[in-house]
Design a protein around this ligand. Structure first.
Ligand code: XMP
Length: 492
């Protein structure tokens, strides 16, 4: 019944996730028996198959900590200087608790001019020299400052003296107990005499209200796993040195067409210079492209061209592939060399994740799915009465003026043509809430397929047990909500 993947994807059509549908198989285990453990690259294991894309409206410190706490990983974007990118990685790795703001510091002799000086944090920490690494003297609370408005007065005249702190190795439960014991509203966490995080009671209560976190992604160093992107230009070698010093665990070469002499030379350089570091190549969509990068020595492949929600590559350049076909084709060659595949772009619901993983991917990389969350960079604004956050393509003109043109233009192009757009996505709340629910949905999909793990789904596909069909236009309409005058889509 139905088609094997081999037959379906060899008919000359480029299929997207929505074009295809899996036929259900046989269930002989409960949903919670489904294991979603996987690898993002040869030597980097994850407990959930979710990866945040290296985009400047998606992956910075806060997202990196949250994704690692969930058991996934984020790739910190490179649309910034090497030292800023390294600082984001360092900050993410030294934190433990997925909170939303960065600690802010001032010396006692400074003044606080406006509420903006708090940079979204409810407290300014006062340290001897005003840096994270100097002696902690006290704090100023934003609420108090707003009441008293001490603009003209130096901080030492009104700060609260307190050097209470806790070690950064404390987990949420320990922090909760510590705050209760000390009857404190917040605590700075310290590592090697440096304040790395400031956790408030509200943070603890908020995180406790989310589904319980499973095993987070922690490396051999006891810190979160954090990835990063780099380009293939000469200066990216220097950038990589910064990132390696910051402790990056896995690096992805960011290119929309990865099968190039530039990338292959970079792969050889990186694998020779940092043999211990996992390197992901891409993007690719064909078996030929994949083969070249595998031969050059990559530890993972990123698959997708033009399938991203903000992409215009297929329109602008006439090149790309439907994402379901691309993931199946590349996976069918990558698995022979043990190279995990990242299905990058085009994920807008849990069904797409089930399809990507069952077609051979080991993880999905997401942009728009994670953008608009509390953990994504930027602040919320209102558009037509809706709370939204900005989300933009890294090939959009706006992003390229900040430096991401290397990914889309290569070295020599003088005239800039955009391959992406700037937009906004709805407020989605915290990834700490919607990712666990999404994973539960993915487990249910796997159960319907009779696959108790990613490996089992891959085996069932290759052994021709999993069957698919193409959905006609009418079947796609029927498969969605239809025939209602109004409805609200709510999943949890
Ligand atoms: P989603 O669908 O998750 O896609 O929002 C995210 C992926 O899209 C790619 N990307 C781009 N592709 N022009 C493109 O053609 C762009 O400006 C652009 N920015 C990001 C990238 O692979 C990302 O992970």
């Amino acid at each position: 019944d139905g088609f094997t993947a081999e037959k379906l994807f060899n008919q000359g059509y480029s299929y997207t996730y929505d074009d295809v549908i899996f036929l259900p198989h046989y269930i002989d285990f409960p949903t919670d028996a489904v294991q979603l453990g996987t690898r993002v690259s040869r030597n980097v294991p994850l407990s959930i198959p979710c990866v945040a894309s290296p985009m400047d409206t998606v992956s910075e410190t806060t997202m990196a900590v949250a994704m690692a706490a969930l058991g996934g990983i984020a790739f910190v974007h490179s649309n910034t200087t090497a030292s800023e990118q390294a600082a984001m990685i360092r900050a993410a790795k030294s934190r433990r608790v997925p909170i939303l703001s960065n600690p802010v510091f001032k010396p006692p002799s400074a003044r606080i001019d406006s509420v903006d000086d708090f940079c979204g944090s409810p407290y300014i920490l006062v340290t001897e020299s005003g840096s994270a690494k100097s002696k902690l003297l006290g704090y100023v609370s934003r609420l108090e400052w707003e009441k008293q408005n001490n603009k003209e007065v130096k901080i030492y005249d009104y700060m609260v003296n307190s050097s209470v702190s806790a070690p950064s190795s404390f987990d949420l439960g320990q922090i909760d107990a510590f705050l209760g014991e000390k009857k404190a509203n917040f605590v700075p966490l310290v590592k090697d005499d440096e304040v790395v995080e400031l956790v408030t009671k509200e943070d603890v209560e908020r995180i406790k209200g989310y589904p319980k976190l499973a095993a987070g992604s922690v490396g051999a160093d006891g810190e979160w796993l954090v990835g990063a992107s780099i380009g293939t230009r000469e200066q990216d070698k220097e950038r990589l040195e910064h990132l390696v010093k910051a402790g990056v665990n896995v690096v992805v070469l960011d290119s929309s067409q990865g099968n190039s002499i530039y990338q292959i030379e970079m792969i050889k350089y990186v694998k020779k210079t940092y043999p211990e570091l996992d390197l992901i190549g891409g993007n690719v969509v064909t078996m030929y492209q994949a083969e070249n990068l595998i031969q050059a020595g990559v530890d993972g492949l990123r698959v997708g061209m033009g399938s991203g929600s903000i992409c215009t590559t297929q329109e602008v350049c006439a090149v790309g592939r439907g994402q379901a076909t691309a993931v199946y084709k590349v996976s069918s060659i990558a698995y022979k060399s043990g190279v995990p595949v990242i299905a990058d772009g085009g994920i807008s619901n849990s069904g797409h994740i089930v399809k990507a993983l069952s077609l051979g991917a080991s993880t999905v990389m997401m942009g728009s799915f994670l953008a608009g969350s509390l953990e994504a960079p930027g602040s919320y604004e209102y558009q037509s009465g809706q709370r939204v956050k900005k989300y933009r393509g890294m090939g959009s003109l706006e992003a390229m003026t900040k430096g991401s043109d290397a990914r889309y233009l290569g070295d020599t192009a003088k005239l800039k043509i955009a391959q992406g757009v700037v937009g906004a996505v709805k407020d989605k709340g915290s990834v700490l809430k919607f990712i666990p629910y999404t994973m539960q949905a993915v487990k249910q999909g796997f159960q319907d397929l009779g696959a108790s793990s990613l490996q089992s789904a891959h085996d069932l596909l290759r052994n021709k047990v999993l069957r698919l069909e193409v959905r006609t236009g009418a079947a796609q309409v029927e498969g969605g909500v239809h025939g209602l005058v109004s409805f609200e889509k709510k999943y949890f």
